[in-house]
Design a protein around this ligand. Structure first.
Ligand SMILES: Nc1ncnc2c1ncn2[C@@H]1O[C@H](COP(=O)(O)OP(=O)(O)OP(=O)(O)O)[C@@H](O)[C@H]1O
Length: 322
């Protein structure tokens, strides 16, 4: 089996890193004469449109038969971009219910999914790993349904209600981001949003249901469901989570006095957060979270809006060429 590579690229990911990575990969596939085509997005959300048209025209569901067929030119979708781009493409693939695999070459600023997958750092190495793979691996992602909005979706990293989502919102809407992005200092906007929100985010009541048990928290602060350890650009919030297990991990941190939050952050940097009694963690394959007080939500770093939630999360499977 050989591949016809279909590269969907967000050139803007990682403040322009997407384009640089795509050019490196283009040099390889041209030199080696690998059949390929590049599709560059020109605006946010176009990656979904491109995926939908590739689904209709060229992509084929994976079947082990292809592996045996040396004459076969299998159409392989490869995403070059950050977590947000990957989120959009995977959502389109999942909605199609066609069991389509994809390769992923990270080029964002956070790259949490790539960390969870333990992909090599250099894009060329990631490409050669894809090119040398004969069969995709099945990884666990999150499927959700929100009862209130009757909305279904998928996440490749995490879904958060509360602190992390407020940070995403604040960073996206901060004056610092729009002024500083052109100098490549988006991370300053992120840091200032973190500090700002840490001071302002209040505790909120939340109900969690899993395995027939109900847990009530009166002062939730950070409430995140994840399928691998990392969030927020490399913070190992759930160190024991694993993409290859049919489980999702739920993490809740209670609102406590500010000095205790800084203590918790210090524990977090050493992956010792489990020691705190304000840190709660569980691993499951089905979870319902109810927040009647409107809170910001985020899915893979994309805003879900400020709203009440009654959200049920289960595991889903995505084939990754790696
Ligand atoms: N050509 C484009 N111009 C502007 N935005 C785009 C374009 N193509 C895609 N997008 C949008 O950019 C957003 C962010 O992309 P992405 O997450 O891949 O990059 P990033 O934020 O730099 O990386 P990370 O999420 O890993 O930190 C996504 O919502 C995506 O839909």
């Amino acid at each position: 089996m050989k591949y016809y590579y279909h590269f969907v690229v967000n050139p803007e990911a990682g403040s322009g890193r997407g384009l640089k990575v795509a050019k490196k990969i283009e040099a390889i596939v041209k030199k080696r004469r690998f059949p390929h085509q590049f599709y560059y997005t020109e605006y946010a959300g176009q990656e979904q449109e491109l995926t939908t048209s590739l689904l209709a025209q060229v992509l084929l569901p994976w079947d082990d038969i292809y592996r045996e067929n040396s004459e076969m030119l299998y159409p392989l979708l490869v995403v070059i971009g950050g977590d947000g781009t990957l989120h959009q493409v995977v959502s389109s693939l999942q909605e199609s219910e066609k069991n389509i695999p994809l390769g992923y070459i990270p080029a964002g600023s956070g790259n949490d999914f790539a960390r969870g997958m333990r992909l090599p750092k250099e894009p060329e190495q990631v490409f050669w790993k894809i090119a040398g793979t004969a069969t995709p691996q099945s990884v666990t992602i999150i499927k959700y349904h929100d009862q209130i909005q009757d909305e279904t979706g998928f996440a490749i990293n995490n879904i958060g209600i509360g602190l992390d989502a407020s940070i995403v919102y604040a960073a996206n809407h901060s004056a610092a981001k729009s002024n500083l992005n052109k100098f490549n200092l988006g991370s300053f906007a992120y840091l200032s949003a973190v500090v700002n929100v840490l001071f302002r985010q209040k505790g909120f009541p939340i109900l969690v249901e899993t395995n027939g048990k109900q847990l009530n928290f009166t002062k939730a602060f950070l409430c995140t469901t994840t399928n691998h350890p990392y969030f927020g650009g490399g913070v190992a919030i759930a160190p024991t989570a694993n993409l290859n297990e049919d489980k999702i991990d739920f993490v809740l941190v209670e609102r406590v006095a500010l000095f205790k939050i800084f203590w918790l952050l210090a524990l977090l940097t050493r992956k010792k957060q489990m020691k705190s009694r304000y840190f709660h963690h569980l691993s499951t394959n089905k979870l319902r979270i109810v927040s009647t007080v409107p809170q910001h939500g985020q899915e893979d770093g994309e805003e879900m809006g400020k709203r009440p939630f009654d959200i049920t999360m289960t595991t889903a499977k995505q084939l990754i060429w790696s």
